[in-house]
Ligand binder design. Structure first.
Ligand code: KG4
Ligand code: ZN
Length: 353
């Protein structure tokens, strides 16, 4: 079965052709990230306009790269939530229209769940990807860490899962982005902090780990505030000092060590909870997913502390893409789960798993 996956939930317009939920025939991504970088975050109106311009050429490029024609495609899968309304709308309208014109089944995909399915891609005709050798085994424990979501999910099987915990405030990727802004690094903050932290000492500053009633829940807003307070103290100011002026007064070594110390605690927090969930639920495999799963410190700590081996996907498949949407779309199509009416499918910006 060949699935065309379409993704437009945030600032990436993406389309991919996936065979049997595991073979990546194409994975095309047009990002409007540079347009947002100068504002330090995604501007929804700019993202929506970029999607309108990019959606058709991106889908055409996905078919061309995969060397397939419309008659080879069996199913369309599209992200319908969670995400920015104006962004989601473009991908969903394109998918609905194509499903009607090409008379194809349409499947509605949850973006957050789709991140996990990048782990099911085990083969490709494309150059430049390092994929897992085997798909993960069920029951599987998934740590989903992105710019919008942070959660631990226990999957008994495809479509049969239980949320163990989620963030009560900021997502971990959001904390990376906000801390990066405080210390004056470029957007997106995750890769900027990870790069700077490589030369720093993560033990320089001690930041608190949030304690939660449910040990699998997360909270990162206190950590972000703790970083701001420490940075203000380091430059000899109090909490009234505007955060946007802090970076100019920090020395390079201070920035490097704040990045490393923040990263150590943020990553240790998500790894602590993953190890605890592993011990309690004894899954056959553990996977990480979402933009923050590209973080090498996360991979190092998890490999170190997990009692079982863990396989990682190519960092390029951690951030938003449509290959993951096509992979999950395949498993949904085989079970006819979330088959949608192309005349009626609505976006769900606040969709959760
Ligand atoms: O999954 P994603 O592309 O979009 C959402 O669905 O949110 O995740 C983007 C997030 C951003 O917050 C970005 O800063 C973070 O992932 N990120 C990283 C790294 N690469 C991307 N965070 C930490 N380390 C990285 N190497
Ligand atoms: Zn995402």
């Amino acid at each position: 079965m060949i699935v065309l996956g379409i993704e437009s939930s945030c600032d990436e317009t993406a389309a991919a052709v996936i065979q049997d939920g595991k073979i990546m025939l194409s994975n095309v991504i047009a990002s409007s990230m540079e347009l947002h970088a100068k504002y330090g975050g995604v501007i929804p109106e700019i993202a929506a306009r970029s999607h309108i311009e990019a959606i058709i050429p991106t889908i055409e490029a996905a078919l061309l790269t995969a060397q397939v024609s419309w008659s080879d495609i069996d199913t369309i899968a599209v992200t319908y939530g969670a995400g920015l309304s104006g962004s989601l709308l473009i991908g969903v309208l394109a998918a609905r229209t194509l499903a009607i014109i090409k008379k194809m089944p349409l499947y509605a995909v949850n973006h957050v769940e789709a991140h996990v399915y990048a782990n099911f891609l085990t083969d490709t005709t494309l150059d430049g990807y390092v994929l897992r050798e085997n798909p993960p085994l069920f029951p599987l424990l998934a740590l989903i860490v992105s710019g919008g979501h942070t959660q631990l999910v226990f999957f008994k099987n495809h479509g049969d899962y239980q949320i163990l915990g989620r963030t009560k405030d900021d997502a971990v990727g959001e904390a990376f982005d906000k801390v990066a802004k405080i210390i004056g690094l470029a957007y997106p903050g995750g890769p900027s902090i990870a790069n700077l932290a490589t030369t720093g000492d993560g033990e320089t500053y001690v930041f608190p780990k949030a304690r939660m009633a449910n040990p699998y829940d997360f909270s990162f807003s206190g950590l972000k505030t703790a970083v701001l307070r420490l940075a203000q103290e380091q430059i000899g100011e109090d909490f009234n000092f505007p955060s946007k002026n802090v970076a100019d007064r920090l020395s390079e070594p201070q920035k490097i060590n704040i990045a490393a110390s923040f990263q150590r605690i943020a990553i240790e927090t998500i790894v602590d909870k993953t190890i605890r969930a592993y011990s309690e639920f004894q899954p056959a495999s553990v996977v990480i997913a979402g933009g923050v799963a590209a973080n090498l410190e996360l991979r190092r700590q998890l490999t170190d502390r997990l009692p079982i081996p863990i396989d990682y996907i190519d960092p390029k498949l951690c951030t938003d893409n449509a290959a993951m949407v096509g992979a999950l779309g395949y498993f949904q199509a085989t079970a006819e789960r979330y088959k949608s009416n192309p005349y009626g499918l609505r976006i769900q910006p606040n969709l959760s798993m």
